[in-house]
Design a protein around this ligand. Structure first.
Ligand code: GBH
Length: 488
């Protein structure tokens, strides 16, 4: 697990894109301006201050709804090729159902897209980043099979408004978090804990929703606009450290990555090998009339299979496996279904630390993950749609750890491209600026730009990592960290 270094003369391929990402609930604020409807995250932060750091909410956040020109400005300062942001479903469709489109909501996103394009920055739009309309949640949310049509209707409206200007689309962000982690932990909206049933209903309906939205683009928009559509998966790499781990490691990689990938990217389609059988067997033993992991019909398998134009991955951290100790119950992060399968995970002492315990850094995990994808699904294009480093407290703007993190991960990307022949087409830092880190509130900071949450104007100031990333983008190559240390 030693860190392999890249030849410093290696370059990123021509056309390789560098960007940053954010999401609507984490930055926009303006939670009830104009006719905006209530989302599950509005409801959750307002009702569940017990779960959320200091009772923080996204009511104002970075106030990007009013301050979006500042976001475009700093994105331009960085020299970004692309900026990934998400659309708030209830800002565009206040009731969640697509019979009525908000004029103000539409204008907000339309202006933002135009503002980015004027600066030569490509918008990459995430259609759903967790802020489900509360009204749809009241009807069961992602556990109701009708959600796949509600989502597809919403996606069609989004395409019809912006497909003339947006060429990169992410249908849905990280089902592993809002299905598996949410229903296992209760720490994410809607706050319901139901790891054995809700989790898997959500998984199935997400895949159908994505597939329908992908096909709508393919059939109704692609010929005219030539864009690309995918789903972004949070990938946690499970690393084998002894041959005895082999089977468990492969099982966990299939359970957390395969579950949202095999149905889309494999030749056969359907749930990943091993997973379907084992959950069906357990369900039977437990007396359920059918598997808790709902089966796909042949028609559904064919609907989902092949619904991608590239692979979108978010990578933060890795784990190794170990057996549970006596009496130990494994937690919901970062293995989902740990309650089910009783596998514990660890990190290695030589891996990097951050101020947030769960975000242990292992850059080689990114490279291994991409090779795993290639081994399982063939030669697909990969777009890294998130990668980033958190701090809780930072010496004002001097975020050397974050610079090292970005450097080390980009180095692994270069190795994947040049040594492993993996077709990586872009890299995206989470995040452009500090924002509401879900149940961690504003206490966890990921930004290349610091946001002053005491300032009514929510001023943004560049950290050293912003300067570093700008240099990487200008040079289109890895910039040595040492060079920057000398400057600081
Ligand atoms: C991404 O996933 C999201 O897309 C983005 O919105 C988010 O801001 C970013 O990463 C940084 O987190 O403390 O043991 O309860 C986030 C996935 C889910 C990772 C919750 C950390 C906490 C586990 N995150 N998890 S624990």
């Amino acid at each position: 697990t030693e860190l392999v270094r890249a030849d410093p003369s290696l370059k990123f391929p021509p056309g390789f894109k560098f960007g940053t990402a954010t999401s609507a609930y984490q930055i926009e604020g303006a939670w009830n301006v104009s006719d905006k409807g209530e989302s599950v995250w509005d409801r959750f932060t307002h009702a569940r201050s017990d779960v959320i750091h200091n009772g923080h909410t996204g009511d104002v956040a970075c106030d990007s709804y009013h301050q979006w020109k500042k976001d475009v400005q700093i994105a331009a300062e960085l020299g970004l090729h692309h900026y990934r942001f998400s659309i708030s479903w209830t800002r565009l469709l206040p009731s969640g159902i697509s019979n009525y489109v908000s004029e103000d909501g539409n204008k907000y996103y339309s202006d933002l897209i135009d503002g980015l394009l004027e600066k030569g920055i490509e918008p990459m739009v995430t259609i759903f980043h967790w802020d489900l309309p509360q009204r749809l949640q009241d009807l069961g949310g992602w556990t109701n099979p009708l959600i796949s049509d509600w989502f597809a209707d919403y996606a069609r409206i989004v395409y019809s408004l912006y497909a003339d200007r947006v060429k990169f689309w992410i249908t849905i962000n990280e089902p592993l978090i809002f299905c598996d982690f949410a229903y296992n932990s209760g720490k994410m909206a809607p706050g319901t804990i139901d790891p054995y049933v809700a989790t898997y209903l959500c998984s199935k309906h997400v895949l159908l929703a994505h597939a329908k939205a992908w096909r709508i683009y393919d059939e109704e928009f692609k010929l005219r606009f030539h864009g690309k559509v995918s789903i972004a998966n949070q990938l946690i790499w499970y690393e084998e450290i002894s041959p005895a781990d082999k089977e468990t490691v492969e099982f966990l990689n299939q359970l957390s990555t395969g579950i949202y990938s095999h149905p889309i990217y494999s030749e056969k389609g359907g749930w990943p090998p091993g997973i379907e059988e084992i959950i069906a067997e357990k369900s039977k033993k437990e007396g359920y009339p059918r598997s808790r992991l709902p089966a796909f019909s042949n028609e559904e398998i064919n609907l989902i299979r092949g619904t991608y134009d590239f692979y979108a991955l978010n990578y933060y951290t890795s784990r190794v496996v170990r057996p549970l100790k006596d009496g130990e119950i494994a937690g919901p992060w970062p293995i989902f279904g740990s309650l089910e399968f009783g596998i514990a995970t660890d990190t290695l002492p030589e891996w990097g630390k951050s101020q947030i315990d769960v975000f242990v850094t292992f850059p080689a995990g990114l490279r291994h993950m991409m090779s795993w994808l290639k081994n399982n699904y063939g030669d697909i294009q990969i777009f890294i749609t998130e990668n980033g480093y958190p701090n809780r407290e930072e010496k004002e703007l001097h975020d050397i750890d974050r610079i090292q993190f970005i450097h080390d991960h980009l180095e692994q990307v270069l190795l994947s491209i040049h040594e492993d022949n993996i077709d990586v087409i872009g890299y995206t830092v989470w995040s452009l600026m500090d924002n509401l880190e879900w149940f961690e509130g504003y206490s966890v900071k990921f930004g290349l730009y610091k946001v002053d949450f005491e300032d009514p104007q929510r001023s943004r100031s560049p950290r050293k990592s912003a300067e570093y990333y700008r240099k990487v983008i200008v040079n289109h190559a890895l910039v040595p960290v040492k060079y920057l240390y000398d400057e600081l």
